[in-house]
Write a protein that binds this ligand. Structure first.
Ligand SMILES: N[C@@H](CCC(=O)N[C@@H](CS)C(=O)NCC(=O)O)C(=O)O
Length: 212
């Protein structure tokens, strides 16, 4: 049985956002059952957990003696068993992988620059000075993404892939992104209206409720 790690508790603003959601969603798309290993406060710093996840973060994926960290790597691994996530055709598969890496490498860091300021440092003087340029840079990337998406349904055409799964979870981090750009808003809706997303979200929120 696949096990993924997740937090037993997070502040309200993080519920529905914690990165195990991506992995739950991929598992739901693939129709693979899983259970969760819920970490209590401090568990992520214990040596046995650090041996699985050097940075003490969630999620960790475990199955049959394999343990993996980094959501991108985990979603790609799950995609090996799900053609809806990673098409079998070589070029389409490469494109799906490309968009997944772009989400994590070219978009997420710039969204996180702004999210961290807003969530944790909003009252700091340095954050007030830094925020406008962080927002400007993020918006440049988002505008480029929006142009690349154009009037396509998904990043690489008509079919949802692992690239869209990760990209849409990245774009959900800041609600202001959808408020600013109707094209990205519609794209996020198309991705997250998939039944597998609803099941994943409900499972994450359900774990928080049960652990409370
Ligand atoms: N790049 C990692 C990021 C994982 C991550 O940031 N996890 C957060 C929860 S959303 C976490 O565990 N934060 C606690 C910490 O960093 O100490 C991935 O995609 O798996």
């Amino acid at each position: 049985m696949i096990t993924i790690s997740a937090f037993a508790w997070v502040p309200d603003f993080a519920k529905g956002q914690v990165r195990d959601l991506r992995v739950r969603w991929a598992l739901e798309e693939a129709g693979l059952p899983y259970k969760t290993h819920l970490l209590e406060q401090g568990d992520q710093d214990k040596p046995d957990y650090r041996a699985l996840q050097p940075f003490g973060q969630v999620p960790v994926f475990e199955e049959d003696g394999l343990s993996l960290f980094e959501t991108g790597a985990i979603v790609l691994h799950i995609g090996e068993r799900c053609e809806a996530l990673l098409p079998k055709e070589a070029k389409a598969r490469a494109k799906a992988q490309q968009w997944l890496v772009a989400a994590l490498n070219s978009i997420e860091p710039f969204i996180m620059n702004v999210a961290l300021i807003d969530l944790f440092y909003a009252d700091e003087e340095w954050a007030k000075l830094r925020r406008p340029s962080a927002v400007e840079f993020m918006n440049k990337r988002l505008d480029a993404l929006s142009s690349a998406l154009g009037d396509k349904k998904f990043l690489d055409g008509d079919n949802f892939t692992a690239g869209d799964l990760v990209m849409s979870t990245v774009l959900r981090i800041l609600p202001a992104i959808a408020e600013r750009d109707p094209c990205l808003a519609a794209y996020i809706d198309r991705c997250t209206s998939r039944p597998a997303f609803s099941r994943a979200l409900e499972a994450q929120l359900g774990d928080f409720r049960e652990a409370a």
